[in-house]
Design a protein around this ligand. Structure first.
Ligand SMILES: Cc1ncc(COP(=O)(O)O)c(C=O)c1O
Length: 396
């Protein structure tokens, strides 16, 4: 079915320079980032673009999940450690923890979907090795107080910015607030190479450690040859990005500023249309910094959210319930003994209350300003659907 606002962002930009750069990679037949001829790789070009964007050092990697694993390892997490994970997130944030044999524990969110500092204080103990905060659907959470609190205690903050490339909060780019920021370039992301990820950090020693760990711990000489006898070599894993991925991302990155400006403009107009008609949207810590990849509608309850999704679909508008529950409610986590009551820790009530109600409507880059009214009408019609209208406004 053709929809007005497909959940497609970076993947809508695969022509022009993307094709030109990819065809250069193909004609050079150099798919691997480490080359012997001294010519800068596409990976290193992309890392430079990311560094310019975030004001951090950057390492290009194979996926957001791999980047989370690398970040956790470099943060010192190993088997048996506990990691506090923002309860309202994609399962990958918690599964990166379990993949290292460590134990994810939820920490609750605020209504703006950042980590709740009061809950963080309550949960922190000497078993906690790191904390993962998450930015949801282009809305960057304000993690500055969390970063300060953890920094004073020497506990690393990993920012899962997989859904927030291009977003900022109070002028600070997503990924640059924590000790390590993690990005994803999977198919549905703001920059998309099918799979792909990165780590950014203001701390050069962490950037070097991430690059090394993700390159099987090797030290490389000027010709790209690896060495594991060097005293700086370590045990690592392979999480490298290919040159094809990096070339795609270099091209999309060149257009990012313009794409974000367009999305923010569309979002502002759409937000004005729907809020004027009484639709309630989720709180954002800094709306002007949102990447505006989505607008988040706060439905009254889960039934209302489902009804909204169906009504919008009938009008050819995409609106998804992001994750209908905190990650630990999925059976895969329960079966592994990782639900809060199984771990003997508290659940995350705000995340449990908000998750079933949040409906994300994509602001696709290809949208025209003339389609905003159409989108606004579909959202409003869905929100005030006759089957759900009684009681709207309760339970906010
Ligand atoms: C919040 C969040 N964390 C982590 C990931 C994992 O990224 P990837 O799919 O690149 O492994 C995603 C991807 O969808 C995500 O949305």
């Amino acid at each position: 079915m053709i929809v007005i606002n497909p959940n497609v962002f970076g993947a809508s930009n695969l022509d022009g320079r993307v094709r030109e750069y990819v065809s250069r990679v193909l004609s050079e037949r150099q798919l691997f980032r480490h080359r012997s001829d001294g010519v800068p790789s596409w990976n290193s070009k992309f890392e430079r673009l990311l560094a310019d964007w975030t004001g951090c050092g950057a390492v290009a990697l194979s996926s957001g999940t791999a980047a989370l694993r690398v970040a956790l390892r470099v943060a010192g997490v190993s088997a048996g450690d506990r990691v506090l994970v923002s309860a309202y997130t994609f399962v990958a944030s918690a599964m990166a923890v379990t993949s290292l044999g460590a134990i994810p524990e939820p920490v609750d969110v605020t209504t703006a979907l950042g980590i709740d500092v009061t809950d963080l204080r309550r949960r922190l103990n000497s078993d906690v090795r790191a904390v993962i905060g998450v930015h949801v659907r282009g809305q960057m959470a304000d993690l500055s107080a969390v970063a300060q609190f953890l920094g004073a205690r020497g506990i690393p903050l990993i920012e899962d910015a997989c859904q927030a490339m291009g977003a900022s909060c109070d002028g600070r780019p997503a990924g640059s607030v924590g000790d390590l920021g993690v990005l994803s370039f999977q198919q549905n992301k703001q920059l998309a190479s099918g799979e792909g990820g990165a780590i950014v950090s203001r701390r050069p020693e962490l950037v070097t450690a991430c690059a090394r760990y993700a390159d099987l711990g090797a030290i490389r000489d000027d010709t790209g040859l690896p060495d594991w006898d060097d005293e700086r070599a370590m045990l690592g894993e392979n999480c490298r990005m290919t040159e094809v991925q990096a070339a795609i991302l270099c091209a999309q990155m060149e257009d990012l500023r313009a794409v974000l400006a367009q999305q923010r403009d569309l979002r502002d107009q759409l937000r004005a249309v729907i809020t004027e008609r009484g639709v309630v949207i989720a709180t954002s810590a800094d709306p002007s910094g949102d990447s505006a990849s989505h607008i988040l509608i706060l439905a009254r309850d889960h039934d209302h959210a489902r009804l909204m999704r169906e009504s919008m679909a009938a009008d050819k508008v995409v609106g998804g319930i992001i994750w209908d529950r905190p990650y630990y409610c999925f059976q895969a986590f329960r079966r592994a003994g990782l639900a809060p009551e199984q771990l003997g820790v508290l659940a995350a009530p705000t995340a449990e209350r908000l998750a079933p109600r949040l409906v994300a409507v994509p602001i696709s880059p290809g949208l025209k300003l003339t389609q905003v009214e159409e989108l606004g009408t579909a959202i409003t019609t869905a929100y005030f659907h006759p089957a759900s209208v009684a009681g709207i406004g309760e339970g906010r």
